[in-house]
Design a protein around this ligand. Structure first.
Ligand code: GKR
Ligand code: MG
Length: 468
């Protein structure tokens, strides 16, 4: 029996190479509670090559700790048959869990030389799921290519839909001319999305112009405005303006928990008609957890809630369910893993919730990853987030990135993730990374060009206070 399975394994392609490539892309000056996006964002790409010559791809956030950890798990991946992908991922999880625990113990033990080295915050705060997802996506891509099926056929109960609805992720945009930083120059004719996305947007009229340009280009029917920038009343005014302009659409606002419970309830009662749901309207305060406060908001206003802040792992999700705090968990596969994100959908279906996905700046490999997760999500889903519209047309790593048409992404008829790396583009993005440097996004740094000495305050909108 053992011999038989060894023979079978020998016939399955095995991993012969693992590359971990940090990359950078260009971004507009998008505003949020944490400040302003800088002109560059970083990501990490994993490329796994198998013995049949196929390449599998994964993309995750660009932190240095994720990159180093991916480099360190290579030995658990190389030489393994792709059919063993769950065992490979389990081995990575076990090794990282043990290592994280060891570091916590060393950290708590105090000031030994080792503790000083290991207690750098990025080491302790490493999100194991980010590392696993990078390898998981690449392995599923290989397995799909080997079997001739798309990744969504291999997760959960398989493909549930052929096209995935996507929302227009709108942002207030800062005036890049005041920074001297190398943000992308506007391109294309007046009113076209490629130009509008670089123009400052600091009021409701500008947000509606953004929505019009994005809708003209991508056919959106769902809109999300990133809040936490201006006073809540003004942001809700922008939401009402969007709803007036696109009466059939679903509109949401996400201030990343900046409002107090009292303010969130007042805003929800006064303007909630315009909202299909509220994303993280409030967060922890006065000794109450974000989940408790969101549950109170929901009860007081009757407005459904979504979150990527208070239900980001199974333990948090269990507490959210117990409290009835969240209607739409935004289960981003980058921090839930692809399997995990689809398992969340199963739970949503059983509990009468709606599944969605959060996003952060990303390239087209991630775009394919969340599209497959959403295609495999069982039950009701809401249009998924993507930052891609801010990058589409100038940034790409694959030959033929997924397209958003009529507000949705139709899965291509190709196996695996359905994308193919463009080596020239990968090299270009890696060269940019080498030039602009490593590290996680620092939104405070760019904001300081607009407001000298600006610092993050999770309970005050980023620009409202500068005006008062
Ligand atoms: O890109 O500014 C941004 C977003 O605020 C992002 O950082 C959030 O993680 O999109 C995310 C969200 O929904 O909170
Ligand atoms: Mg959010």
């Amino acid at each position: 029996m053992a011999d038989l399975s060894r023979q079978e394994a020998a016939r399955t392609p095995h991993i012969v190479e693992m590359q971990v490539v940090p990359v950078a892309g260009r971004d507009c000056m998008l505003l949020n509670l944490a400040g302003a996006h800088g002109p560059f964002f970083t990501r990490i790409v994993v490329l796994l090559k198998d013995s049949s010559g196929n390449t599998g791809l994964g993309e995750v956030p660009g932190s240095e700790s994720i990159r180093l950890t991916l480099e360190n798990v290579r030995a658990l991946v190389l030489g393994r048959p792709i059919g063993d992908y769950q065992a490979i991922l389990n081995a990575i999880r076990a090794s990282l869990t043990a290592e994280t625990e060891r570091q916590r113990i060393v950290h708590r033990a105090g000031s030994t030389a080792e503790a000083l080295v290991l207690s750098q915050p990025h080491e302790i705060n490493l999100r194991i799921e980010n590392v696993i997802t990078a390898v998981e996506a690449a392995l599923l891509d290989l397995l799909g290519k080997h079997l001739g099926v798309p990744v969504c056929a291999l997760i959960g109960r398989g493909r549930q839909r052929d096209a995935v609805p996507v929302l227009a992720y709108l942002f207030y945009v800062g005036d890049r001319a005041r920074t001297g930083l190398p943000y992308p120059e506007p391109a294309g004719p007046a009113g076209a999305w490629a130009r509008v996305r670089s123009e400052p947007a600091l009021d409701a009229a500008a947000i509606v112009r953004q929505a019009e340009a994005a809708t003209e280009r991508y056919g959106f029917r769902d809109y999300k405005l990133k809040g936490g920038v201006l006073p809540g009343e003004e942001e809700m005014g922008a939401v009402e303006a969007l709803k007036r302009r696109f009466p059939e659409s679903r509109v949401t606002l996400d201030p990343n928990g900046a409002w107090s419970l009292a303010e969130a309830i007042a805003l929800g009662r006064a303007h909630g008609q315009a909202l299909a749901y509220a994303e993280d309207p409030c967060g922890p305060e006065d000794g109450y957890s974000g989940r408790e406060v969101m549950a109170e908001f929901r009860r007081a206003t009757g407005i459904p809630t979504a979150t990527n802040m208070v239900a980001t792992d199974w333990r948090q999700l269990a507490h959210s369910l117990a409290l009835n705090a969240v209607d739409i968990p935004l289960a981003d596969p980058h921090f839930w893993t692809l399997h995990g994100a689809v398992n969340v959908a199963g739970l949503c279906e059983a509990f009468g919730l709606t599944w969605g996905s959060h996003s952060n700046n990303h390239f087209d490999i991630s775009l394919a990853m969340f599209t497959h997760a959403a295609a495999a999500a069982t039950g009701r889903i809401t249009a998924i987030d993507t930052h891609w519209i801010w990058q589409q047309g100038t940034e790409r790593l694959t030959r033929e990135p997924f397209e958003i048409v009529a507000g949705e992404i139709r899965l291509p008829d190709r196996p695996g993730l359905g994308i193919e790396i463009d080596p020239g583009q990968l090299e270009k993005a890696h060269a940019l990374y080498r030039k602009v440097g490593a590290g996680a996004r620092d939104d405070a740094a760019a904001m300081q060009y607009l407001v000298p000495g600006w610092t993050y305050d999770p309970k005050r909108p980023s620009l409202a206070r500068a005006r008062s």
